[in-house]
Design a binder for this molecule. Structure first.
Ligand SMILES: [Zn+2]
Length: 279
């Protein structure tokens, strides 16, 4: 019982603590399309929809589950991961074994990221996964603080448009599910994105006909991508959207303690290399 309560507190703290604050400086509203896990239908049906519009997505891969069946789909295999990378989609990190990070200690978390990175590097020439997504959307504050040092951004599953001062360690999303993304909701979030000059991140899983409860149909995805393009909002993978909001990671050796940074700079990026080398 006590453990349950403590987990709840830690989870809430991870959600609400602005661990990697950043002032967005983009000149136009942005949109990203992201895919978690990734089902093979997202590769076969989802990626071509984006490509047909000249756009690219971010695919958060857990290399340890590649090729495996799940309740609703079979996960993308390793050759398909390589093909996505070759077609200039972004490959993100989703742990190695698709595990809830709030259940991990620091060492196991490091090992999850290290193994995933090692396999992805072997598969995809020149790949460097710099963006992370929490499996099941779950995080604890200690693991969130650990991950933000290893990755430029971490994406959650909490709803919202990213705008103003954002938490790069818990980016907000809008579900791209046939089941939940209504026409009214789409209109509302696009309006908010324009008015606040925000960064709207869609996320989904399978792209199938019919889709699972946490996926979308190819036709629905096409409609959303076309609507976004008609609204003149650039569709960028997370890595490029980060550049567009003015984020520049510090990759060279950096001091251990964060130093005061001007507004608009990441205040914790200086720590990145400390744990990146160990992750
Ligand atoms: Zn997942």
């Amino acid at each position: 019982m006590l453990q349950f309560l403590l987990d709840g507190v830690s989870h809430k703290a991870a959600r609400h603590h602005r661990s990697k604050p950043f002032v967005m400086r983009n000149t136009a509203p942005l949109v990203s399309f992201t895919f978690d896990d990734v089902p093979d239908s997202a590769y076969a049906n989802g990626a071509p929809v984006l490509e047909a519009q000249g756009a690219r997505g971010t695919f958060y891969i857990a290399a340890g589950i590649c090729g495996r069946p799940d309740t609703h789909w079979r996960a993308i295999d390793r050759n398909q991961v390589r093909a996505l990378h070759d077609r200039r989609h972004e490959i993100g990190c989703h742990t190695f074994s698709h595990v809830s990070v709030d259940r991990l200690d620091a060492r196991t978390m490091e090992e999850e990221c290290r193994r995933n990175r090692a396999v992805l590097r072997e598969l995809c020439a020149g790949v460097e996964p710099t963006n992370f997504c929490y499996p099941f959307g779950r995080a604890s504050l200690p693991r969130k603080l650990q991950l933000l040092r290893c990755f430029d951004s971490c994406r959650g599953i909490y709803e919202g448009v990213n705008a103003g001062i954002v938490d790069l360690a818990m980016l907000r999303v809008i579900e791209l599910y046939d089941r939940t993304l209504t026409r009214d909701k789409l209109r509302r979030v696009l309006r908010e994105n324009r008015e606040r000059r925000g960064w709207l991140i869609f996320y989904t899983h399978d792209v199938a006909d019919p889709p699972s409860p946490i996926g979308c149909s190819p036709r629905f995805l096409r409609t959303i991508v076309e609507t976004v393009q008609d609204a003149n909002m650039p569709c960028l993978p997370v890595r490029d959207a980060l550049a567009a909001i003015g984020y520049s990671p510090v990759r060279e050796a950096a001091p251990r303690a964060p130093v005061s940074m001007p507004v608009g700079r990441d205040t914790t990026a200086g720590l990145r290399n400390d744990s990146a080398s160990a992750a």
